[in-house]
Design a protein around this ligand. Structure first.
Ligand code: SAM
Length: 279
């Protein structure tokens, strides 16, 4: 462990190459090896940034095969960088088996944080971002996508999705159908690139905007969807009823009545009651 090298997980730009941080540049220049999702893509970045480094392809189709080889090099003391084509590795990108196995073996793993499309979009969305769920890509098959959205219908936190140009319109259509036309959404397209566009409005308006202009279906997308505003309201009402009934009935009875009246979780009500008693 002491003489082992470090696996650096390095974030790279999601569009604008100037977003490569100075620490990322130095670590990549000094590393023994840079593992890339696509060596051509990363070589372009390295050349543009004046970095010479030894690269090797490491992607979802060969990562399990190369795992032992990479771990041995780390154990031998080499410093190895993991990058993906763009953004932060592992976030809808390869690398998870390597990081998990390096951790299991007690090897050092260190991040070089930087660009990430989801966080970039959230940070400019104007939609609450103090609590959010990152959902990555929805299933490509329509039925499975609609089911995945159905499972998220009651989520009160902001939802963040990745989407490609092939499916952005279909995906917005399914969101309108399953989550309702009025939910707020920010469609972030080509973030940090020449054609960067942000559209903020309701799901219905976003679908119309995307449909009516072919250019708005080109490039890469992040969809930031507001959480279900009614869920918090329902919880609030449930708590009010709970507090009114508590002095009158046993708490198990109150939990049952309230959870049947509103669709709120009985255990959650019970936890709240315990916390109130403690507090
Ligand atoms: N690991 C990356 C990250 O940290 O953001 C994400 C990789 S994932 C394979 C690629 C998806 O991220 C794209 O299909 C798109 O949904 C989103 N994305 C990446 N770059 C983007 C950009 N510049 N603008 C909008 N979305 C982007």
């Amino acid at each position: 462990m002491n003489n082992s090298g470090i696996l650096y997980v390095v974030a790279t730009p999601i569009g604008n190459l100037s977003d490569l941080g100075e620490r990322a540049r130095v670590i990549m220049s000094e590393a023994d090896l840079v593992l890339c999702e696509d060596t051509r893509q990363t070589t372009r970045l390295l050349q543009a940034s004046g970095i010479t480094a030894k690269t090797r392809s490491f992607h979802e189709h060969n990562e399990n095969k190369l795992l032992g080889w990479v771990l041995q090099r780390l154990s031998d003391g080499q410093n190895i960088v993991l990058v993906s084509d763009a953004g932060t590795p592992l976030i809808s990108d390869p690398g998870f088996p390597l990081v998990r196995e390096a951790r299991n073996r007690g090897l050092r793993v260190s991040p070089v944080p930087g660009p990430n499309a989801a966080i970039a979009a959230l940070s400019v969305s104007g939609i609450p971002c103090h609590r959010f769920c990152f959902e990555g890509f929805l299933p490509s098959q329509a039925k499975r996508r609609q089911n995945a959205l159905r499972a998220l219908r009651k989520e009160s936190r902001t939802l963040v999705f990745y989407e490609s140009s092939h499916r952005v319109e279909e995906c917005l259509k399914d969101m309108v159908d399953v989550l309702g036309p009025d939910r707020s959404v920010m469609v972030g397209r080509e973030i940090t690139k020449i054609h960067e566009t942000f559209f903020l409005g309701s799901l219905d308006q976003a679908l119309h905007f995307t449909r009516s202009d072919e250019n708005q279906r080109k490039g890469e997308f992040v969809l930031v969807v507001g959480g279900n505003p009614n869920v918090d309201l329902e919880w609030q009402r449930a708590c009010e009823l709970f507090d009114r009934l508590c002095p009158l009935l046993p708490s198990s009875e109150v939990s049952r009545i309230v959870s049947e009246t509103f669709s709120v979780n009985r255990k959650r009500l019970y936890r709240r009651m315990i916390e109130q008693k403690k507090g």
